[in-house]
Design a protein. Structure first.
Length: 238
């Protein structure tokens, strides 16, 4: 979840009014009625962000393919888990490219957050469902996890200007764990898959009955969700 800002000057503690340059960008975006005007407004960093979203969407489709195919063939499951780290690579590179070129679009930060939600929120949840967390209660807990990621990204977009900055204008820390940290859970799921601990063989089994039946192993997703929305957890930004 990189900070998308091509301007290296440190912003003030309060959110500054829109600059003349940003006002011009907004006017051009609104008034440009040419075909594919939105595509024309994207910068290289934005296209890299789109690749992050691409990896997340393809990961979700791979999880769906596994659910529809032979449960003993893990090929699509490995694809689902393997695409997410590539999303992290593109998430890291888009901010680097924006600062290197000193160019960013008005849509950059919003694109970044939406791509992160797909690649590090929805994709891990879909992979967990494919792995065997499929009861009604399981899906409620996975929904809680995704909504925590959604809320965390929204808070970041709103508060990023008020967080302490370093000399380059980047935030010194994250409030709550960044959503890409969910890849640690993906690594755990990959280990379970390598051991064959999926579907009926998931670690810790199930608890409860009927609509309240759930897999206790899924609580790791709940813990991750709570850590993301925490205000007291400060993670230094590298």
């Amino acid at each position: 979840m990189s900070r998308r800002n091509g301007n290296t000057a440190p912003p003030t503690a309060e959110k500054a009014p829109m600059s003349k340059e940003d006002k011009a960008k907004l006017a051009n975006l609104v008034e440009d009625d040419r075909h594919f005007s939105m595509i024309r407004a994207l910068h290289l960093a934005d296209l890299i962000t789109e690749l992050n979203g691409f990896c997340g969407v393809m990961s979700i489709f791979s999880s769906l393919r596994y659910c529809l195919g032979d449960s003993t063939d893990y090929t699509n499951l490995w694809w689902a888990m393997g695409l997410m780290p590539f999303g992290l690579f593109f998430d890291f590179m888009d901010g680097k490219v924006a600062r290197w070129r000193k160019k960013s679009s008005l849509m950059g930060q919003e694109l970044d957050s939406l791509a992160d939600l797909i690649s590090f929120g929805m994709a891990p949840a879909a992979c967990a469902f494919a792995l065997g967390f499929r009861t009604f209660a399981d899906t409620l807990l996975l929904t809680f996890f995704v909504l925590c990621g959604l809320s965390r990204l929204a808070r970041f977009n709103v508060t990023v200007q008020s967080l302490p900055k370093d000399a380059t204008g980047k935030s010194k820390y994250f409030e709550g764990t960044p959503i890409p940290t969910t890849l640690s859970i993906v690594s755990l799921m990959a280990y379970w898959a390598s051991k064959g601990w999926i579907l009926e063989n998931l670690p810790l089994g199930t608890f409860g009955q009927g609509m309240l039946e759930f897999h206790p192993a899924l609580l790791v997703f709940c813990a991750s969700g709570c850590a993301m929305v925490s205000k007291s957890i400060h993670i230094p930004k590298l």
